[in-house]
Design a protein around this ligand. Structure first.
Ligand code: OGA
Ligand code: MN
Length: 283
């Protein structure tokens, strides 16, 4: 039987004693899916997953996102890509840049990604401790904790989320990458979304992608976005994931933000395989 331990904050749960390789029965899948909806982030420890296992398990949650930027694909698996600092033959094997800012995956799309999952192949360690933690914040708890006046003020507002903006203002992005991001025009989403599975209200805004608010002047919008972002990333809403090789970390993009920690050196290898479940526009 699986053992499930909730983290101390409003999000995060750890599962041990299950094997997600090969066939995963319906009862176990339903249990993990329900846990993900309840806790926003779930780590299943101790896995040994092939690429095919990961694609098959991720596909139980919905249709998988074919990857937008193709240089870090896993050969033969267009639904997987690599996040890594590993260099082979003078070339990065994976995306080195994921999660520099608080964000939620695919917020710049009209139908943002529903769920993402990373499988840890290599985790850097120093003095016996893992490096490169991924930190999450719970956006349902963040919404609930807003002052009543703020909830009233933001009800019905829509925010603009832009990938183009992020790349255009980032120094050091290769020009061809900047050009390719222009294919993804900014998308508008409610500032408060109703989570389709839990029914809870979640704040939907991020440091990484949110650039404006429909119908609001730039300065005023910036001030509101910054205040909401600062509120959302308060530590009491966090789950900090300390990686172990063999972790499958699954998160729900509709109710969390996440951010990577770049505390490891180029020689300290980190290699993660990601699968992404497509989503739908918010109601
Ligand atoms: C991602 C991401 C952060 C990390 O894969 O979407 O933001 O810690 N990753 O690798
Ligand atoms: Mn991400």
């Amino acid at each position: 039987m699986p053992s499930v331990t909730n983290a101390s904050g409003p999000i995060g749960a750890e599962v041990r004693g299950v094997d997600l390789s090969g066939e995963v029965d319906d009862a176990l899948f339903a249990r993990l899916r329900d846990l993900l909806h309840a806790r926003g982030v779930v780590v299943v420890r101790g896995q040994h997953l092939t690429e095919a296992d990961q694609v098959a398990f991720a596909g139980r949650f919905g249709s998988l996102q074919k990857i937008l930027f193709s240089e870090h694909l896993v050969p033969g698996y267009p639904e997987l890509f690599l996040i890594s600092n590993v260099v082979e033959g003078g070339r990065n094997v994976g995306n080195t840049d994921a999660g520099r800012f608080w964000h939620t995956d695919g917020a710049y799309l009209p139908a943002p990604h529903r769920i993402s999952m990373l499988y840890a192949v290599e985790v850097p360690h120093r003095d016996g401790r893992p490096l490169g933690d991924t930190v999450f914040t719970g956006m349902a708890a963040a919404y609930d904790a807003l002052p009543r006046a703020t909830k009233a003020r933001i009800a019905g507002l829509k925010a603009i989320h832009s990938l183009v903006h992020r790349y255009e203002t980032k120094t050091g992005s290769p020009e061809d990458l900047v050009a390719r991001t222009r294919k993804y025009p900014p998308a508008a989403h409610p500032l408060v979304v109703r989570h389709p599975d839990t029914g809870r209200q979640c704040l939907y805004v991020s440091e990484g992608y949110t650039t404006g608010i429909e119908g609001m002047g730039e300065a005023q919008a910036r001030e509101l976005i910054d205040a909401l972002c600062a509120h959302a990333v308060r530590p009491e809403f966090h789950y900090r994931h300390r990686w172990e090789v063999g972790d499958l970390l699954i998160w729900d993009n509709r109710q969390t933000l996440h951010k990577a920690t770049f505390d490891y050196l180029p020689a300290e290898r980190r290699l993660m395989r990601r699968a992404t479940v497509s989503g739908e526009a918010f109601a």
